[in-house]
Structure formats: C-alpha cells, structure tokens
Design a protein around this ligand. Structure first.
Ligand SMILES: Cc1cc2nc3c(=O)[nH]c(=O)nc-3n(C[C@H](O)[C@H](O)[C@H](O)COP(=O)(O)O)c2cc1C
Length: 389
C-alpha cells in the first residue's frame, strides 16, 4: 500500500507541473475527458479499482450521519456532477442516446472510493459563462464560480438508473435548492421532485445531502440558510426520503455562531443526521474584484474550522447526537485533525495532492497518533470531539 502511495505521489508530482501549465479550466476539462474515457469500459475501471484498492487497503471504518463508511474521507460534491444542459428535454435525450453525461461516475468511485455526486438541481443548469475556475498554488487554494452547472435531477437519475449495475456500493447524492427560487412552496416542491426522481428509479444512495449553500450563482449570493428556510426544506426532504436514506445538510462558512446554532437545531429537529461544514467562501475573483467566486482549499480552511467549532459547541450544549462532517481545506492529516470530526470531505486536495489525496491524508492523520489502530477510530474521535468543544 505504501509503495502505491509513494509511487503515485511521485508520479503526480511530475504530472502536476504539466497540469499546472494548463489553465484550471483546461486542466479540469482534460481530466474529465480522461475519466469519461475510463468510464466507458470495464478494463480501465478495473485497473483504477486495483490502484484504489491498494492505496486504501487498510480499512478505517467510521459510522457517520447514519452510514457506516469504510473510510472517513469522501470526495465532496462538485466533481462528479455532470454536464450542464439548457433544458430537461436535451439532457434526457442525451441519456437516451447513451451519452456519458456524468464524467467520472464510474472511474472516480473505482479509484477514490467514497464520492458525493452532484449537486443536482430540479432543473438543468448551464452554469456561468467565461472563466469560472482559478487556482492559487501558493496557498493550495481553488476558486470557482461554476454556478451549479448540472444536467438536472431527472436526467441525472435516469443516467444513474441506466448504469445502476456499475454504480459503487456506497455513494452520496447532493441535491441543491434551485438558485433564485425564493418562494418557499416552490423550493419545497423542487426539492421533493428532485429526490423523487432518484428514489422512484431505485437510486437509493447511502446518504442524500441537501445543499443549502451555493455562493456561486449570481442570483443566490446569500444562499438558503435562514432558520425558517432550512426547517421547511429539510423537513420536506426528510418526508420525501421517507427513511430510505439519511439526510445530511451542507452549510456555508462565515456565518455567525448563532446562525450555526439555529441551523443545527433546524437540522436535528427535522430529522437530518449530519451537517457538512462547509461549502466555499465567496471572495472577489483574481480577474475582477467586482465578481465573487467560491474560495476553497487553504484559504477556506480557517473559516471552515471555525464553522465546525461553532457547530460542535452547539451540538455539545444541546446534547445532540447529529454528526458534523468537516469540509474545507483538508489537504493533509493535520488539516483533518484540526476539525476534530469523525469524517471529512475534500475537493481541492485532488488538485494539490492528486487522485489518491484521501489515502495520503488518512495515512498522515494516523501517523499523527490520532489512531492507535484502525478499529479504535470512533472511540478516539468521540473523545477528541468532546475535548474540542
Ligand atoms: C469546481 C468546484 C465545484 C463545486 N461544486 C459544488 C456543488 O455543485 N455542490 C456542492 O455542494 N459543493 C460544490 N463545491 C464545493 C465543494 O464540495 C467543497 O465544499 C469545497 O470545495 C470545500 O472543500 P475543499 O476546500 O476541500 O475544496 C464545488 C467546489 C469546486 C472547487
């Protein structure tokens, strides 16, 4: 396992200098094209699975948000999410033609294990035009204003159902509230419909995430994070899912402590089983300070740690059992340890540490002495969580 990690780390070190010569958008497009090729057939996926299997050969089980996971780190939403489409008809026609509308759907889980697919909105979105991705190697940060580009929940569900026999055993599905919908009944209806598309076609993920926090859309800079909205939307989602999968809720960074507390109460009281903190942080783009885009990676980390700290304190005060899943600048074992949560999600680490980032981070985390043995994980982390608050 160690030799796979060392050799892939070395290889990625070489590849990174080539990849970083491309613009972030060109590099992303190139990687997605390669993944789409790999998705096509069993052989490359089997090879990727073999590499992943060796890299993640040591099981580090963790029970989080109503799910029993073999490993504590998951690839966050936004990587395997599919192409954008202008209409549902176009997206469904592409699925009907057998096109791969979701590059990486088969190859990424084969290689990295746990993946949260999406975000999917009720209707497709083409996303924002122009330059929408940036990277800052000096701080190991990424920034994006992709704008929730996705094929829409109906086509995404149809695509996954069509390929159900090759889906991973465990996957998460992230549903986002449609930006710009500020009428509560409509928002609620859209969430329920989006969930129903998956469930009706037998796509029951290990967890659903309700993304209340997308800063990258022009019409929804504040996202849907008031207490009232969170309650309505979470309750609607829990009712629609009907106990078939746990609901997790994803929040933004940089909210006030009281707001995190209110949102945590809303999540618990409506039946959600985990809160993911955080999504990206809206910051001016390098090209135009008038336009903002979601900061992630190193420059998000402190704000994400602060958000998680507020949530863990509120959780301890109320005596809740809901889990907090850390997300934001987990680029090393030390970064993950800083959160004191049982599980985490990563995105930017893919860029700076390569596809097997999670295996490296888990190993570093273990070397910090946080774990005596893989089997001790849960007990130790609960203690740490208590210390932390
Ligand atoms: C290009 C890109 C697209 C993203 N799209 C989504 C998305 O559709 N839904 C979502 O919940 N989060 C999305 N995210 C946010 C990530 O899931 C994650 O919360 C964020 O990047 C912080 O993690 P990191 O610091 O490890 O990158 C996206 C992030 C990036 C970089």
């Amino acid at each position: 396992m160690v030799s796979v990690l060392y050799s892939t780390e070395w290889l990625y070190g070489v590849m990174k200098s080539l990849i970083f010569n491309l613009t972030p958008m060109d590099a992303h497009a190139l990687v997605l094209r390669a993944l789409a090729l790999a998705d096509k057939s069993a052989l490359p996926c089997a090879a990727l699975r073999m590499i992943g299997w060796q890299a993640f050969s040591q099981s580090r089980p963790v029970s989080v948000g109503g799910v029993y996971l073999d490993h504590p780190l998951m690839l966050a939403a936004g990587f395997v999410k599919g192409h954008g489409f202008a209409s549902e008809g176009e997206a469904l026609a592409a699925v009907e033609r057998g096109e791969n509308i979701m590059p990486g759907w088969r190859s990424m889980p084969a290689l990295v294990g746990l993946v949260e697919f999406g975000s999917f909105t009720r209707y497709p979105r083409v996303g924002n035009a122009g330059v929408v991705m940036w990277r800052d190697p000096a701080t190991q940060s990424t920034q994006n204003r992709v704008g929730l580009k996705n094929p829409g929940a109906r086509a995404a569900a149809a695509f996954l159902a069509r390929n159900a026999h090759h889906l991973p055993r465990l996957l998460g599905i992230n549903i986002a509230v449609s930006p710009g919908v500020d009428e509560l009944n409509q928002g609620e209806r859209e969430i329920r419909e989006a969930l129903r598309f998956f469930l009706d076609l037998g796509i029951v993920p290990a967890w659903f995430t309700l993304n209340l926090s997308c800063p990258n859309t022009e019409d929804d800079p504040g996202a849907n994070q008031t207490d009232a909205l969170a309650r309505r939307y979470c309750a609607a989602a829990v009712a629609e899912i009907g106990g078939r999968a746990p609901l997790w809720v994803k929040l933004s960074p940089a909210l006030a402590a009281e707001q995190y507390e209110a949102l945590l109460h809303a999540a618990v009281e409506t039946g959600a089983q985990a809160v993911i903190a955080t999504n990206t942080l809206a910051q001016p783009t390098p090209d135009n300070p008038q336009v903002s885009a979601g900061m992630a990676g190193g420059r998000l980390h402190a704000a994400a740690v602060e958000a998680v700290t507020h949530l863990l304190r509120a959780k301890a005060r109320a005596g809740y059992t809901i889990d907090v899943v850390a997300c934001g600048g987990i680029l090393s074992g030390e970064d993950f340890a800083r959160f004191g949560t049982p599980a985490g999600q990563y995105w930017s680490a893919l860029i700076y540490r390569g596809a097997l980032a999670a295996a490296h981070i888990e190993r570093e985390y273990e070397q910090l002495g946080r774990l005596d043995a893989p089997g001790d994980r849960r007990g130790r982390l609960q203690l740490e969580e208590a210390d932390h608050v």
